[in-house]
Design a protein around this ligand. Structure first.
Ligand code: CA
Length: 230
């Protein structure tokens, strides 16, 4: 397995509110939100708590625990510090176990799988525009410029019941996985992302090229990618 990763604040934002991390075969990215650096705090807490979660021989329960632990840690931080009220974050987690990829996510950070040149989005965005696309009100292209494209329907750190799933997918030899924040997918077309992923470069070069591409197309948001080749 080879891994490449890159995060960049982009061309417009003052801060980078994205965080990523990994250990062994557990990978996580988080895209935080909230003023006064709260977004950075939320995404950092999420990644730290996911990576600190014990992974045992029950991957589904382990990932459920990881998401709940991250959520509880953010809520606790908010309760201790009023300046952080309203902070939240997305999270996208990938765990590779033998021939299976287990994933869980909240929000609009995504996980893709590339198998034999075919790119599949494994996550469904928990966002307002994703719902509009699903009910046929707007197209994917319209979603990219929709004024409410940043509005999430689910995030870690928001009050109320947290609804999320853990799903598993078969891994094939030579597959690539991509975890990314919407600073990539909100800007760069999937067709271009796929071209870069199948270029035959190392995961690190691919990660850097994906970030360069998002910046070349405006870099209007923080961009974070993890690329894994199995
Ligand atoms: Ca973002």
């Amino acid at each position: 397995m080879k891994v490449g990763a890159k995060t960049d604040k982009g061309k417009v934002r003052e801060q980078n509110e994205d965080t990523f991390g990994y250990r062994e075969t557990l990978f996580v990215i988080a895209d935080g939100m909230g003023g006064h650096q709260a977004g950075e705090v939320a995404s950092a807490i999420a990644v730290e708590n996911v990576l600190a979660t014990a992974i045992d021989d029950d991957p589904i329960t382990s990932l459920q625990n990881a998401v709940l632990k991250a959520n509880a840690a953010i809520m606790e931080e908010v309760s201790k510090n009023e300046d952080l009220s309203g902070m939240g974050t997305t999270v996208a987690i990938l765990l590779l176990v033998a021939e299976q990829a287990f994933i869980s996510h909240v929000g609009d950070s995504r996980i893709y799988q590339l198998t034999d040149g075919k790119l599949t989005q494994l996550t469904n965005d928990h966002s307002f525009v994703a719902e509009l696309i699903k009910n046929g009100s707007i197209t994917e292209e319209e979603a990219k410029i929709h004024p409410q494209r940043n509005v999430l329907t689910r995030a870690l750190g928001t009050p109320g019941h947290l609804d999320f799933e853990v799903n598993s997918f078969q891994i094939h030899d030579g597959d690539k996985f991509l975890l990314c924040s919407d600073g990539l997918t909100g800007i760069v077309a999937e067709k271009i992302i796929k071209e870069i992923l199948i270029s035959g470069e190392t995961p690190q070069i691919i990660a850097e090229r994906l970030v360069e591409q998002a910046n070349a197309e405006g870099g209007t948001d923080n961009i974070t990618v993890i690329v894994i080749e199995v």
